[in-house]
Design a binder for this molecule. Structure first.
Ligand code: 6AU
Length: 281
């Protein structure tokens, strides 16, 4: 289709959502479609992983509520790293409540997500009001929202008519606040080429060395995700920061961070080669 054969730079030029446009521009500039998922529980580890992989990623994905020693200096330092290394920030909050509640969860509380996270995501389970509630807060700040159209875990209920409803909701959002999906495939094109909206597909469940974990996660390779399935961004967590979690890694952090840096480079290369193959270059 036209979207999957276009370059990231071409798509940036016609992208109406400011966060999605900045992401596509960053991808083209740095030649990377890699997002690192930094699912570590200490502030310093989070910052050190971002510093180690920063040069190789377009997007850092956080689960800010797992950080035990969270404070606003973490946000300040993370924002400084995003400027130093040129990447965007995606808080993987998976909002899933009524409009009024999600607008409060997005803007207030301990984390004040909307004030620092360029992109966030939501489940469409509550209906369109979840999007409206988030848009009220995020639109004035130029943020973008991804709908969880498909999940990577075994037995996920995100399929069939539910996935279709997410796609329809995104396509009919004339504000362009919804800028894409978390999905495993080109969900916007199952009924033919999508000529209405350029929606991004960000895909977790990516690993080069293992097929899954003990809790239902399922992995595919960057080539399966970007080249075969036509997705746009690979999201890699343990495949990159995994060396920090081993006994060896805990003993020798310096060596572990060097391995983390190398994994970042490896996934960046694999993701970009898959993209070049897809667009025929
Ligand atoms: O590479 P991993 O398995 O270590 O981490 C994958 C990351 C985790 C999940 O919370 C997240 O991706 N994720 C998501 C997202 C990004 O929304 C959706 C999904 O279906 N599967 C999934 O793993 O931080």
């Amino acid at each position: 289709s036209s979207i999957t054969l276009s370059t990231y730079a071409e798509r940036a030029a016609r992208q109406p959502n400011p966060a999605a446009r900045a992401l596509l521009e960053c991808m083209a500039r740095k030649q990377t479609n890699l997002s690192v998922s930094v699912d570590v529980t200490s502030k310093q580890d989070l910052l050190d992983v971002c510093d180690a992989v920063g040069p190789n990623v377009c997007l850092v994905k956080t689960h800010i509520d797992i950080v035990s020693d969270f404070d606003h200096d973490l946000v300040a330092q993370l924002t400084a790293l995003s400027e130093k290394h040129d990447f965007l920030i995606f808080e993987d909050r998976k909002f899933a409540d009524i409009g009024n509640t999600v607008s409060l969860q997005y803007s207030a509380g301990v984390h004040k997500i909307a004030s620092w996270s360029h992109i966030t995501n939501a489940h469409l389970v509550p209906g369109p009001s979840v999007v409206e509630g988030l848009a009220k807060v995020g639109m004035p700040l130029g943020r973008g929202l991804l709908l969880l159209a498909e999940m990577s875990s075994k037995g996920a209920l995100t399929k069939g008519d539910y996935t279709k409803a997410c796609v329809e909701e995104a396509k009919k959002d004339t504000t362009n606040f919804v800028c894409g999906f978390i999905a495993m495939s080109r969900v916007d094109e199952v009924d033919g080429p999508n000529t209405e909206r350029d929606l991004l597909i960000l895909t977790p469940g990516v690993g080069l060395d293992v097929k899954g974990d003990a809790l239902g996660q399922q992995y595919r390779t960057p080539d399966q995700v970007i080249n075969e399935s036509g997705c746009d961004v690979i999201i890699v967590g343990r495949g990159i920061y995994g060396p920090l979690m081993t006994e060896e890694g805990k003993k020798d952090k310096k060596a572990a961070f060097e391995k983390v840096r190398e994994q970042g480079e490896r996934y960046k290369k694999a993701g970009w080669e898959a993209y070049l193959a897809r667009i025929g270059q």
